[in-house]
Design a protein around this ligand. Structure first.
Ligand code: PBG
Length: 335
C-alpha cells in the first residue's frame, strides 16, 4: 500500500472485504486454473509398464500405452499440456537417443499428436538422460580432468530439437543450460521450416538439491562431478536476469525459472523486468516434500498444494509445470 494513501485514510478496514466467500472471490487478485498447468511425463519403451519412482509418490516411468492412459486422465481433468522426458534403452557418450528419429520421445510425440491433436506437447531438450555419464553436454576427459564442451554440444541439442519438431512437438524446451543453445536451436528450427515452433527456455535454472528425486525418475544423475559449471549458483539473482535477457535475445518465446518455490524472488523479477510469458517449474523435490509430509499426516496436502501453486502465480508465473497437475486440476474443479 502506498504510504500517502495510508496517511489519508487511517481508518481503512481491510477486513470489510473478507466478510463472505463471494466477496473474497470478487476481490481476489490472483487466479489459479488448470489452464496454466503443464504435466511432466517420463516415457520409456515397453508395454504395460508403470515403474513407480520411489521418491515421487504418484509419479512413474511409463510405457507409451500407459502414458496414453495418464494423458487421458489429465485431459479429462482439464490439463492442457504435457512436458515429455525420455528414458532411452541405451545410453552412450554422444546422446544418440536424444535425436534418434525413432527415439522414445519422438515416438511419444507422434502418438500423442495422433490421439490428442489439441493437447500441447512440450518436449524437454537435454542430453543428460541419454548420456552414459549423465551430464547435459558432451564431456572431454583428459589429464586435467573432465570438462563440458559447450559449443560442440549445441549441434546435438539443435538436432534433438528439430527431431522433436519433426515428430510434431508444439513447444521446444531446452533445459541443458549450455551458452548459446537458444540461438542454435532457433536457427536450426527455422532452417528446417519450423519457424512457428516456440521455444520455452529453462532460462534461469539453478544448480539445485531440489532436483534429487527427478534424477531417479529420469535416471540422469551425473556419474562424476556435478552441474555447477553450467547451472546457476543459488546465490545469484542479477545473474539470473542476465541469463534470461540472453535467452530472450537469442529467441526464447517463453522463459522459465527453476526451481520455483525457493526462487519466487527470481520469478517476480523476471516477470516484472521482461514481461514475457513466464513459466515456473515446481520441481521434483518440491513435490516430494509435500507428498512426504502429507503421508505422515503432518500437513493438509490439498490446501498446501493449492497454496503453493497459487503463490507461483502471485509471484508472476503464467505457466506452472507441476507433478501435482492432475490432482490439483481435480481439486480446483471440485471447488
Ligand atoms: C535435465 C532436467 C532436470 C530437471 C528437468 N530437466 C534435472 C537436472 O538438471 O539435473 C529437473 C526437474 C525436476 O527436478 O523435477 N537437465
Amino acid at each position: 500500500m502506498h504510504p500517502s494513501i495510508l496517511g489519508q485514510f487511517p481508518v481503512v478496514r481491510p477486513r470489510r472485504l473478507r466478510q463472505s466467500a463471494a466477496l473474497r472471490q470478487l476481490v481476489r487478485e490472483t487466479t489459479l486454473s488448470a489452464r496454466q498447468f503443464v504435466l511432466p511425463l517420463f516415457v520409456r519403451s515397453g508395454k504395460k509398464l508403470r515403474r513407480p519412482i520411489a521418491a515421487m509418490p504418484g509419479v512413474a516411468q511409463l510405457s507409451l500405452d500407459e502414458m496414453l492412459a495418464d494423458v487421458t486422465a489429465a485431459v479429462e481433468a482439464g490439463v492442457p499440456a504435457v512436458l515429455l522426458f525420455g528414458i532411452p534403452d541405451t545410453k552412450d557418450t554422444k546422446a544418440s537417443g536424444a535425436y534418434a528419429k525413432n527415439g522414445i520421445v519422438q515416438q511419444a510425440v507422434r502418438l500423442l499428436k495422433r490421439e490428442y491433436p489439441d493437447l500441447l506437447v512440450v518436449t524437454d531438450v537435454c542430453l543428460c538422460e541419454y548420456m552414459a555419464h549423465g551430464h547435459c553436454g558432451l564431456v572431454q576427459q583428459d589429464a586435467r580432468g573432465a570438462r563440458i564442451l559447450n559449443d560442440p554440444t549445441l549441434k546435438l541439442l539443435a538436432r534433438s530439437a528439430v527431431s522433436h519438431a519433426e515428430a510434431g512437438a508444439d513447444i521446444i524446451a531446452p533445459s541443458d543450460m549450455m551458452d548459446g543453445r537458444v540461438r542454435a536451436i532457433r536457427e536450426a528450427l527455422d532452417a528446417a521450416g519450423f519457424t512457428e515452433t516456440p521455444i520455452m527456455s529453462y532460462a534461469a535454472k539453478f544448480a539445485s538439491a531440489f532436483y534429487g528425486p527427478f534424477r531417479e525418475a529420469a535416471e540422469s544423475a551425473p556419474k562424476f562431478g556435478d552441474r555447477r559449471s553450467y547451472q546457476m549458483d543459488a546465490a545469484n539473482a542479477n545473474e539470473a536476469l542476465r541469463e534470461v535477457a540472453l535467452d530472450i535475445q537469442e529467441g526464447a518465446d517463453i522463459v522459465m525459472v527453476k526451481p520455483a518455490l525457493a526462487y519466487l524472488d527470481i520469478l517476480w523479477r523476471v516477470k516484472s523486468e521482461f514481461g514475457l510469458p513466464t513459466a515456473a517449474y515446481n520441481v521434483s523435490g518440491e513435490y516430494s516434500m509435500i507428498k512426504a509430509a502429507a503421508a505422515q499426516g503432518w500437513v493438509d496436502e490439498r490446501a498446501l498444494t493449492l497454496e503453493t501453486l497459487l503463490a507461483l502465480r502471485r509471484a508472476g508465473a503464467d505457466i506452472i509445470i507441476t507433478y501435482h497437475a492432475v490432482e490439483a486440476a481435480r481439486w480446483l474443479r471440485a471447488g
